[in-house]
Design a binder for this molecule. Sequence first.
Ligand code: ATP
Ligand code: MG
Length: 455
Amino acid sequence: MNVKEVLQFADELVFAQTGKHLDDIQETVIKGVWQGETYDKIAEQCNRSESHVRDIGYKLWQVFSEQLDEDINKRNFRSTFKRLHIQSSQNQKICHVNGSNHNFHFSPQILYNTNQDNQENITKSQSKSPYHDLTLAPKITHFYDRTLELQTLSHWLTTQNPRLISVLGLSGIGKTTLVKQFVDLNLPQFDVIIWKSIKLSNSLDTIITEIFTLINHEPVQTDNKLTQLFNLLRQQKCLIILDDVQELFTSGQFAGQYKTEYKDYKTFFTKMTEIEHQSSLILIGQEQCQEMLCLDEELYPVKCLELEGVDNTEILKNLKLKDEESWPTLINLYEGNPVYLKDIASLIRNIFMGKVSEFLKEDCLLLTEDIKFRLNELFDRLSLIEQQIVVELSKFNQPVSREDLRQALSLSSTDLINGLQSLSKRYLLKTIEGEKISFNLSPVFTEYVRTCCQD
Ligand SMILES: Nc1ncnc2c1ncn2[C@@H]1O[C@H](COP(=O)(O)OP(=O)(O)OP(=O)(O)O)[C@@H](O)[C@H]1O
Ligand SMILES: [Mg+2]
């Protein structure tokens, strides 16, 4: 969709609402916002005050919102118009108009104009065809449940233009799978999609250089690489996914503390939210860091999706298990963690002939070597204070209060509270509200600590 088409479409919407065509200033505002400019800069171009331009913009977004029955603002204007354009040209060539109860057709001129001018524009926009690099992302063959989480991601990315989204949760809970499924379902929404894993290429400099070369087909200049990247994120709607973000953080310290060599990521994540552009970065990881937090999600373009286990027996469907009535108990026992369930299912197939009820008769929380390996990796990342806390918590079958923990461990208040906070940022600790606030670990992690970490 080029500027001319945007103005034509905007003019039709404004005309439908007010009976008047766009005036010069309205055109300049739409053009400027489409090109990612600030109100300040647009005001300079048309020799008006910034507040006047902002006011015009505000009224335009109101008209578009009413006409298109969607909440449209400066930040999502470009992505919404593009999406409607794609839907309109690919699917039904119609978009619904609120209020008047009939359908608004994109002008045939916009979509099918065959004059030379438009042909040139079509050729230009084709040469800038979408670029998707998902070579480092997993291929999803089976995907179950998570309808709500997919809806949440979709709602955020199509209507709110968040610049930073973190998808967080325990190892194996399904973070990577969920985001890849979302990406597969939403490819046309983005000009550029790039998937990177910190496990595979970890320096920010390398990642920026790779992203640049992939999109621009020419190397990035060595100075001010971040500035060049942000220019790109302003011009095109990009979705960048960084997986395994916990690799940026130090083991043996509280959660979310950057390793010295990765401090530049902290700046990158902060700038991602501060600088105005039309792209989004999804961070996938097992630990929360400060840049992922947001005081007020309405005000700041930062979102956080925290994944819990699945509670739908669908996930066991292709795992060749018997006794379907026992599946909910099995899912509950292994906290709905897909990776634990896959591993246990394989054991039940081999040793119990697939009979889940037979396995449950053992009446113990069995940990396979693979589950222990994953939990061992988590345990090794903990600070000494956190290790002390989890060993203490694992001695009890019920939640333990702060006071009891403090006495048992002789930790200072600060150390204990920071330790608890860090464990919750790793999704290892549950806080329980009762007469007293108390804490416990998940049953699987408790079992692991009891059997493997007593030294
Ligand atoms: N919704 C789902 N439907 C079917 N299988 C799933 C689903 N979610 C996860 N899985 C399976 O569980 C396994 C672990 O999922 P995934 O790799 O996404 O976890 P993760 O949270 O990214 O783990 P890690 O933190 O270790 O990277 C994968 O093999 C995947 O196929
Ligand atoms: Mg993963």
